[in-house]
Design a protein around this ligand. Structure first.
Ligand code: TXA
Ligand code: MG
Length: 361
């Protein structure tokens, strides 16, 4: 059990964090995507502590973070031309490349695979911390496994208080969803997890890209290429349902849930909020600004949990650009439960209560 310290990120707290890392301890730090839980990637004992602190399954590999491309090349067995082009375009930034690993990467980091995910965060605080450690840092998102990723230091403290010695607080993350994970270890470059670097951005630089089926579907366990995809993910305590229908259809769902005695909330676009009257509603995004949904999603899910909400009706986004990364997370938070326009316009009240898992009315 630790007395967890949460310090504003300064030269002094960075030096303290670097010393802890060098001693084999864990330190949570901000990045432009979400907060990471870092350990020396070359120290197996230290990396094992990550899995224990998070309650993370040990076959789910970790991303290794470094401050620059020179250090990144030291971790991978090959660095193909496509990697060089992508590094030039998007690093530092929210892109992780999966490449064949060098033997120096312990198998506890790679989850037993012969590849490693590598990334250079663009967040100034993250890079200063990485430089100060002088080490490659293995870091998953700094949340309890299965919970929404942390986009503020308070979220890390909420999940990991007592489990780690230090959190470096760099304020809210600007991106809000985790990095794009792209494998260059397969025949054709394969998108394993969408993020703020979109498929169109990648195709512009390297031409070809396939999108792994698990990005938008609940793939059978034995078919997953990115082991992280098979586990329950991003789940708040509340039940989440994705609504493809109109604001008025969402109002009907809300009122039915409320009359059945559960506490609902809407998670919707700002333009429709006035239609909800005094009903509980959080803004997820503006119609013309899907990046807002990426930034707000995890924060909203955590806030609604704190407020004791039982069921969240979340508006579905377009799957284009950043929308793809938001829907990838939202689908998992909702255990792939999507209410289609057709279902919403044909279902009677009993059907709707059934699908919400509310019985006995
Ligand atoms: O933005 C991010 O990537 C954040 C910050 C802290 O950098 N990190 C993060 O790590 O999201 P984590 O562990 O929560 O997610 C890593 C994802 C998992 O889905 C994992 O399965 C996948 O990347 N991954 C890592 N190494 C891989 C590999 N060698 N092959 C396939 N997938 C890999
Ligand atoms: Mg994670």
């Amino acid at each position: 059990m630790y007395q967890t310290k949460c310090c504003k990120i300064t030269a002094q707290s960075i030096a303290e964090g670097a010393a802890l890392i060098q001693k084999g301890e864990l330190v949570a730090f901000p990045t432009e995507t979400v907060y990471g839980l870092g350990a020396n990637a070359l120290d197996e004992e230290a990396v094992r502590k990550i899995y224990v602190a998070k309650g993370r399954p040990s076959d789910n590999p970790l991303i290794v973070h470094v401050a620059d491309v020179e250090h990144l090349k030291e971790l991978v067995a090959v660095f193909p031309k496509e990697a060089a082009l992508l590094a030039q375009a998007f690093m530092p930034g929210p892109l992780t490349l999966v490449l064949p690993k060098k033997p120096c990467i312990p198998s506890v980091v790679s989850g037993g695979l012969d590849t490693v995910g590598v990334r250079i965060p663009s967040c100034e605080g993250a890079r200063a911390f990485l430089k100060a450690t002088g080490l490659p840092i293995a870091a998953p998102s700094a949340n309890i496994s299965g919970r929404p990723s942390p986009t503020k230091a308070e979220h890390v403290l909420h999940d990991l208080n007592g489990r780690i010695p230090l959190i470096l607080d760099g304020g809210p993350c600007t991106g809000g969803v985790e990095s794009t994970v792209l494998s260059l270890a397969s025949e054709v470059p394969m998108l394993l997890r969408p993020g703020l670097v979109s498929p169109a951005d990648i195709r512009r630089v390297i031409g070809r890209l396939e999108i792994h089926p698990s990005v938008l579907a609940n793939t059978p366990m034995d078919k997953v290429a990115s082991p992280g995809m098979k586990y329950k993910h991003y789940s708040p305590r509340a039940k989440v349902m994705i609504v493809e229908g109109t604001a008025l259809q969402a109002v009907r769902l809300y009122d039915l849930a409320q009359s059945a005695g559960v506490i609902p909330s809407l998670l919707w676009n700002s333009e429709d909020i006035p239609l909800f009257g005094s009903r509980k509603a959080e803004i997820l995004f503006d119609e013309n600004n899907p990046a807002m949904a990426a930034k707000r999603l995890f924060t909203c899910l955590r806030r609604l949990d704190e407020q004791g909400v039982d069921i969240i009706f979340a508006k579905s986004l377009s799957y284009e650009g950043i929308g793809l990364s938001v829907m990838n997370r939202l689908l998992r938070a909702a255990a792939f439960q999507v209410l289609s326009v057709h279902f919403l316009s044909t279902a009677n009240d009993k059907d709707l209560l059934d699908i919400m898992g509310i019985y006995g009315i």
